[in-house]
Design a protein around this ligand. Structure first.
Ligand SMILES: Cc1ncc(COP(=O)(O)O)c(C=O)c1O
Length: 291
C-alpha cells in the first residue's frame, strides 16, 4: 500500500519526507490524542462530514482544542486530495494530539494541537466481502469511553493480533458475555430476519458506517434492534457481519471455528452490501453477489 507524498501538517501541506516530530510529543508519550480514518472511493471521500463531526466530538471529550473549524478542516482535506491528484480507492488517516511539550501528565499551557493527515491506497477487500471472514471472541478489556476515537488502542491492537495469530480477520469483543463490538469495527447478528447490535452508548465507537446501516435498514424495511446479543446467541445466529470504513459491510462466516448459519454470507448482509455500494457510489471492483 503506497502513501501519497503530500501530507497535511497543522494547516499546511508538506512533503512526507520533511515531516519531523519532536520526541516530546503527547501522542507518542501518552497516546494523548484522537484520530479518524476516512474511506476514499475513486478519489472522493465517503461520509466525510460524519467523520469530521466525530473528530470534533472526540476532541471536545478529551479537551483538545482543534486549530480549525469544521468547514476549514473540510477544505484542507479536499485540498489534500487535489494536491496528491488522488483518483484511486484509498483512505485518509488524520490524527490530532494535544501537542509537543516537556513530558508531564498535566496539560501543557498555551500549546497548540499537532495535526497530521495522509492518504494511502486501499483496495476493496473483494475476496473477504464476497466470501466472508473468520473471527474469534475475546474479552473486552478496554476503558469506559470507547465512543471517543482516542489514540489509546493497545487493547484493540492486542485483540486483533490474537485474532491474526488464530488465522482470523477480527476479534469480537464481549464484556461479561455481552458482545460490544470488534477490535476495529462494529458487529451485528441476524436472527429470524432481525438485526441485533449493541446500543450506541459510550461502550462502543459510534461507527460512521453503522450510522449508514441505520439508514439502509429503514429504506429496506429491515428490523434493527439495539438490544445487543450475547456470545451464547452466536451459536444460533442466521447471519453475522461487521462494519467499518475500511472493512465496509463484511460478512462473518465463522466465530471461534463455529460456522454461522450455513457458513456463507446471508441475504440480509448481501442487501446491506448492495446498499453500501450504491451509497458510496462504488464503480470499480464491485461485488458479483450483491442484489
Ligand atoms: C473500535 C471500532 N469500532 C468501530 C469502528 C467503525 O467505525 P467507522 O464505521 O466509523 O469506520 C472502528 C473503526 O475504526 C473502530 O476502531
Amino acid at each position: 500500500m503506497s502513501v501519497y507524498p503530500i501530507i497535511l501538517s497543522q494547516t499546511k501541506f508538506t512533503h512526507r519526507d520533511t515531516l519531523n516530530y519532536p520526541f516530546e510529543e503527547r501522542a507518542m508519550q501518552f497516546g494523548d490524542g484522537v484520530y479518524e480514518v476516512v474511506r476514499i472511493y475513486n478519489g472522493n471521500y465517503y461520509l466525510i462530514n460524519e467523520h469530521i463531526d466525530r473528530l470534533f466530538r472526540s476532541a471536545e471529550a478529551v479537551k483538545i482544542t482543534l486549530p480549525f473549524s469544521k468547514e476549514e478542516l473540510s477544505n484542507l482535506l479536499k485540498n489534500l486530495l487535489i494536491k496528491n491528484s488522488v483518483t484511486t480507492d484509498a483512505k485518509l488517516y488524520l490524527q490530532v494530539s494535544r501537542g509537543s511539550a516537556p513530558r508531564d501528565h498535566v496539560f501543557p499551557i498555551d500549546t497548540e494541537a499537532n495535526v497530521y493527515g495522509y492518504i494511502q491506497d486501499q483496495v476493496r477487500n473483494v475476496t473477504g466481502l464476497q466470501n466472508g471472514v473468520k473471527t474469534i471472541t475475546q474479552r473486552d478489556i478496554r476503558w469506559e469511553y470507547c465512543s471517543i476515537k482516542s489514540l489509546n488502542l493497545l487493547p484493540n491492537v492486542l485483540a486483533k493480533q490474537t485474532a491474526s495469530e488464530h488465522g482470523a480477520y477480527e476479534a469480537i469483543l464481549h464484556k461479561d458475555g455481552v458482545v460490544t463490538e470488534c477490535s476495529s469495527s462494529n458487529v451485528y447478528l441476524v436472527k429470524d430476519g432481525m438485526i441485533h447490535t449493541y446500543p450506541t452508548t459510550k461502550r462502543i465507537l459510534h461507527g460512521c458506517v453503522r450510522m449508514r446501516i441505520e439508514k439502509f435498514v429503514k429504506d429496506l424495511d429491515i428490523s434493527f434492534n439495539e438490544d445487543g446479543f450475547s456470545v451464547e446467541d452466536i451459536a444460533i445466529a442466521d447471519e453475522m457481519f461487521l462494519t467499518s470504513s475500511t472493512s465496509e459491510v463484511l460478512p462473518i462466516v465463522t466465530v471461534d471455528d463455529t460456522e454461522i448459519g450455513n457458513g456463507e454470507p446471508g441475504p440480509i448482509t448481501r442487501k446491506l452490501q448492495s446498499a453500501y455500494e450504491k451509497d458510496a457510489n462504488i464503480i470499480h471492483n464491485k461485488l458479483e453477489q450483491t442484489t
